[in-house]
Design a protein. Structure first.
Length: 434
């Protein structure tokens, strides 16, 4: 048995941290030359060379010579380091009010394939939805190459999720309460034998937008997200606000009118009851439960200049601005992005939102906040779910097995489509042949 002294442990930890920083840099910024990595990560050239060597051995990156024509620092040409296209992948799943989405996403936020099934999830049986997710994911995985390496599953849900085990306490717009979502998914996907992570949709949207979209470069960022309801992913000082158990950010259930309408959460006068999809449809004279079709119809009417539709949007925009002003006062964000439903209606509600924001937010935080829309489009939640699933690999790249000393790629011990095995790299891989 090898016993490591304290110095060895410290050295291993420094090494782990530097591997993590390098892999994360490539994950977020794309290809970089050795010299750029040395500068960006404040490391000397020999350390950079050694770290790259280890990431190559773990099949995470590769090096190629610098293409002609690109600017080149004086001295020896510096090769370009790139993420391998056949690196670890996440199975990302999105449970939305009106659809189920799934995608396989690699490091660097590369969407390899995706699929979406439109159906309302409100009032459904969670176990049945988990079965549908399994079927949808199965058809997605079936189309992947044999070299695909899914190392974890990340799932976005529109509700309050306990971070430690993915227990869903309440998803008001789906009518789900106390669902052991983590356990259900782990059981249903047990053949894949990979870790399963569950996250709140607004938190995951904020994570993706903060890393790759509208919030990039902002340390104090809020992403307001919702399809049926509304929630917020809040980044404070560069860190996501989670709360004691992961439930933070449920801004949709701030009371804005004590005598207002009943909310799906059971309380009265929540912000969500004023700005959610149902309120918007009701104001426009449509069926509040009309879903995506009714919403598309409303937006088309607004585009044609229909006064009832425009008034309904302006009233929702007014309530959106009222709540937003409070968030700006509390968190002093430099950027607020509206996503999901709120990005789609932004052009029609912007004027009303800005009017309330100007009237109600304190002048100093109001003056410095940029109001924008989410930039990652339809993939925002899937990218956020993948980010969550790939976080352990990014934190510690040494969990990815080294290729054999002979140079043979042992990735077949992970999982392939035909031989779905595998799992957590630190465990003995278990092969399942069929
Ligand atoms: Zn509520």
């Amino acid at each position: 048995m090898v016993v490591r002294g304290e110095g060895g442990v410290a050295q291993a930890e420094i090494r782990r941290r530097n591997l993590s920083r390098m892999l994360r840099h490539l994950h977020l910024n794309g290809s970089s030359s050795r010299s750029e990595l040395a500068t960006e990560l404040h490391l000397n050239r020999s350390t950079v060379a050694s770290l790259i060597g280890e990431l190559i051995a773990r099949n995470l990156v590769w090096e190629r010579s610098r293409p002609k024509g690109l600017p080149q620092a004086p001295g020896r040409p510096s090769p370009v380091v790139e993420l391998r296209s056949k690196g670890p992948e996440a199975l990302a799943v999105e449970l939305s009010t009106d659809w189920i989405g799934a995608a396989v996403i690699g490091l660097g936020g590369r969407v390899i394939d995706s699929i979406r099934h439109d159906r309302s999830l409100a009032g459904t049986d969670p176990a049945r939805i988990v079965d549908e997710v399994h079927g949808l994911a199965g058809s997605l995985i079936e189309g992947l190459s044999n070299e695909s390496r899914i190392v974890a599953i990340g799932v976005s849900v529109p509700g309050a999720v306990r971070a430690v085990d993915g227990y869903l306490r309440h998803a008001p717009n789906l009518g789900w309460r106390d669902v052991p979502m983590g356990d259900l998914l782990r059981e249903r996907f047990r053949k894949l034998d990979v870790p399963v992570f569950i996250g709140n949709d607004a938190d995951l949207a904020a994570s993706a937008e903060h890393l790759r979209g509208s919030g990039r470069g902002s340390n104090d960022f809020i992403c307001l997200w919702g399809e049926g309801g509304i929630g917020a992913g809040i980044v404070v000082g560069g860190r996501s606000l989670a709360g004691a158990a992961g439930y933070a950010g449920e801004v949709g259930h701030l009371t804005v009118d004590p005598n207002g309408d009943l909310c799906h959460c059971g309380a009265r006068g929540c912000w969500e009851a004023e700005v959610g999809e149902e309120a918007l449809l009701r104001r426009s004279g449509r069926d509040p439960l009309g879903g995506t079709e009714a919403l598309a119809d409303l937006l088309a009417s607004a585009d044609r200049g229909d006064e009832v539709a425009l008034a309904a949007l302006a009233e929702s925009g007014r309530w959106l601005g009222i709540g937003l002003a409070g968030l700006v006062n509390v968190f002093n964000p430099s950027c607020v992005a509206l996503g999901g439903l709120y990005a789609r209606i932004f052009p029609q509600v912007q004027e009303a939102v800005v009017c309330e924001l100007d009237a109600r937010a304190m002048p100093a935080p109001r003056a410095m906040v940029e109001l924008t829309t989410a930039q990652l489009g339809a993939n925002t939640l899937l990218l956020g779910a993948a980010e969550m699933a790939l976080a352990p690999t990014l934190y510690d790249p040494t969990i990815v097995p080294v290729m054999g000393a002979t140079g043979r790629d042992h990735s077949d011990k992970w999982r392939t489509r035909r031989a779905p095995s595998v799992g957590r790299p630190e465990r003995q891989p278990q092969q399942v042949r069929r």
